[in-house]
Design a protein around this ligand. Sequence first.
Ligand code: ADP
Ligand code: MG
Length: 332
Amino acid sequence: MAESIPPLEFRKVSRRYRSGSSPAVADVDLAVAPGEILALIGGSGSGKTTLLRLAAGLESPDGGEVRLDGVLVAGGGIARELPPEQRQVGLVFQEGALFPHLTAAANVAYGLRGRQRAAVRERVEECLALVALPGYGDRYPHELSGGERQRIALARALAPAPRLLLLDEPFSHLDPALRWRLREEIRDILAGLGQTALLVTHDPEDVFAMAERVAILEQGALRQVGPVLSVYRNPVSRYCAESLGPANRVLDPAGGKERWRRPEDFRLPADGSPQAAGEARVEAVRETGARIELRLAPDAGAGDEPWHVHWPDTAGRPVPSPGDRISVAWRA
Ligand code: ADP
Ligand code: MG
């Protein structure tokens, strides 16, 4: 069977904004599979937006190749890069990217210029319905809520049926309750369309809600790529661990090799977990709405920094108090 051709592929792509400075993106190899939502996560300044702009044609690589559906569009010594408007790539930005002087319908129609009027009208209606805003076509951006503006921005990006959708922190300006709803909604829309997408974010919740795979970018370099849960459970470094949430540094008693354990991986040895990972002193106990959290000081040899763990509600034992000593195991 033929390998499926990735809608987007970076091959050893680098981009340096100023000579002498360190590259914003360095030697990135990454392919987005057909129909997949791949999340690209990393701290501020790690090169996420630069990589997105390289895919869109808004930046040129200094080295390497950018390919769309297997076709070289930039780098690799081609004479003329494929310009952004010919890449069939849709873009959704953080915020404020709608044209303020155009109605929602005219915004959505923007990428359909050159098509017949009736066809445009029909496609606009279709896309407004897709994002659950039928009847909102006459509104101007200032007459829409933040979440509605982002859904119109999505409708605009999807209207020309792009081969690839690029989303740059699309939820970062929305309040938490709205983010929860909108990311689920957008995930369902994209899944329903089988839309290939690259989602840039610094929020692990976006990754868990939206993506099948995650790629972690640090100082312009890809550090780890894989299925979301396997990267979450087996991060290769502190940076990769913490990109997806809180993590505890646990040292192997023999040799001191470091591992990363999540707060919810905490177990009491009697829980049936095989081996105790060590002893610790309880430093603090805090009850949040959802759970009880402990801060532990591990004994020397097990760890050299505090562990933050969730008390397992299956423990069936009284919650320890500050000052108590407990044995710690970790979910295998
Ligand atoms: P992110 O989106 O992950 O925050 P960016 O891709 O925006 O990261 O930036 C990566 C690095 O490149 C940063 O150090 C940033 O300061 C630098 N950078 C981004 N855009 C430009 C530009 N137009 N000119 C010069 N430096 C830039
Ligand atoms: Mg950015």
